[in-house]
Design a protein around this ligand. Structure first.
Ligand SMILES: [Zn+2]
Length: 477
């Protein structure tokens, strides 16, 4: 497994420790029985009495590109395992939008080298994230692709199972998968790529319909991750058939044309900061969620944008909970002055220049914690660690300051730090959409705000130099 969604606009570099790499049998010990893609591989291969050789499992949260040496370490570990064991087949759990220093095509290059190592006859089957960026190199160097069909991605396990089943059948000569793709000149922001509403609902339905045709193994849609300034940017459709390349290509072309025709539906209007804050303040009842979709740590943004907070302070909004502002320096200062002490300093916007300017605050330190909690929503039971955390109160605006970036998709981030989110009139959440699962039930309204940030749905914020042009929605097409 090699997984990273690289935001090439991020100045935060990714390195090996961020991946928490696991090697050899440890992978099976940890991932067997989980609802992960590798968990799916293991269940099928065990059931089918296939001998498994584990190489490396490396996954990191989204941020900037991976340094070249650490990328090579992951690739070489996979290659070494493949070489030493003379594998009959190779199963890889990849993301698709990974970028390494000097290697814009991290997955494509890996697959090319694996193909070289195993030769043309050994099957290579991969799973990819729905946000993966499909390229010629990826498609040419594998036999089948299984992309996630859901967003939020709740089918990683199922796609892992399908990929492993296809692998076993191929090795046994029962299947001869062939894969085709169609790249689209569109770069939809991630804001409306969910598979429970918006254009993806109809497109997924069509893909499932196509999969019912004889000889069709899999049809998957990649709206893709738009925050990677690389040549293979853009949406794609991929189809896998049992030996019928022409059919695979025609399915991609059909579905690709349909998707391109629906492109406008991927856009969603955002509310300007001032208007959003005004609406939240004037609302008769809370909580009103101000979703800072542009500064979503789940998409590689640092989580220290200040512009919504600045406006809330300007209008003296009161009764506000802000999750989060990442600022290790401010956390250290809060700990120094202690609970009930006064924190007086500029906070936030210290990672880069894309998230506003630091905002001067003077507030009382309410709580200090170790920042560790157990998820009660989404990844239930999984521990979270946002680093040392302090809550400061600036005229009723309670700000959660953390040492690490973190998408506050679970209200536990508030409760663990002594703030009851349901009591607040306004909540500021640095998240694109995953927060909805837990917050929607008790929120009166959710307003998606047009603030600056590395995951802004407003793509005109970004200076692209490598993507193919013209491309929708940046160019008139
Ligand atoms: Zn994804």
């Amino acid at each position: 497994m090699m997984m990273h969604e690289t935001n090439t606009f991020s100045t935060v570099k990714t390195s090996l420790p961020d991946f928490n790499p696991m090697y050899g049998e440890e992978i099976s010990d940890v991932l067997k029985g989980t609802r992960s893609g590798v968990g799916g591989f293991i269940d099928v291969l065990e059931r089918e009495n296939v001998e498994m050789v584990f190489t490396v499992a490396a996954g990191a949260t989204p941020a900037g590109p991976i340094n070249h040496r650490d990328y090579r370490h992951i690739v070489d570990t996979i290659l070494m395992g493949v070489k030493d064991q003379k594998a009959d087949g190779v199963l890889l759990c990849l993301h698709g939008a990974m970028v390494a220093e000097n290697v814009p095509e991290a997955e494509g290059v890996l697959l090319e080298e694996v193909r070289k190592q195993v030769g043309p006859k050994t099957p290579i089957v991969v799973t990819l994230d729905l946000h993966g960026l499909i390229s010629e190199k990826i498609i040419q160097n594998c036999d089948a692709v299984y992309g996630y069909d859901t967003n939020p991605h709740i089918d990683m396990y199922e796609r892992g199972v399908e990929a492993a089943e296809a692998m076993v059948k191929t090795i046994r000569g029962e299947l001869k998968p062939t894969v085709a793709h169609r790249k689209l000149r569109m770069l939809p922001p991630t804001i409306n790529q969910r598979t429970t509403e918006g254009p993806m609902v109809e497109l997924q339905k069509e893909a499932r319909r196509m999969e019912k045709k004889p000889g069709v193994l899999n049809v998957c849609i990649f709206p893709a991750f738009p925050y990677a300034d690389v040549q293979r940017a853009g949406s794609a459709v991929v189809a896998v058939t049992d030996g019928d390349r022409k059919l695979a290509q025609s399915l991609c072309d059909q579905l690709g044309e349909k998707m391109y025709g629906m492109r406008q539906q991927f856009l969603k209007p955002l509310t300007p900061i001032k208007e959003a804050v005004k609406r939240a303040v004037e609302a008769p009842e809370g909580p009103i969620v101000l979703a800072d979709v542009a500064d979503n740590p789940g998409g590689g943004s640092p989580g220290d944008g200040t512009e919504i907070l600045r406006e809330l302070m300007r209008v003296k909004a009161g009764s506000v909970g802000v999750a989060i502002i990442k600022d290790p320096e401010a956390v250290a200062e809060a700990i120094r002055v202690g609970v009930k002490g006064t924190l007086k300093m500029p906070i936030g916007a210290k990672t880069d220049t894309f998230h506003g300017k630091p905002v001067k605050v003077e507030g009382m330190v309410r709580t200090i914690t170790d920042g560790r909690f157990i998820h009660k929503a989404m990844a239930i039971g999984v521990p979270a660690d946002v680093g040392r955390t302090a809550v400061i109160d600036v005229d009723g605006i309670e700000i959660i300051l953390t040492e690490k970036s973190h998408a506050p998709n679970d209200p536990e981030i508030f409760r663990r730090n002594g703030v009851e989110p349901t009591d607040k009139k306004i909540l500021v959440l640095k998240s694109r959409g995953h927060f909805r699962a837990a917050y929607e039930p008790f929120s009166k309204e959710i307003i998606e705000v047009d603030a600056p940030g590395l995951t802004s749905p407003n793509l005109s914020w970004f200076k692209y130099t490598n993507i193919p042009r013209p491309i929708w929605p940046l160019d008139p097409v």
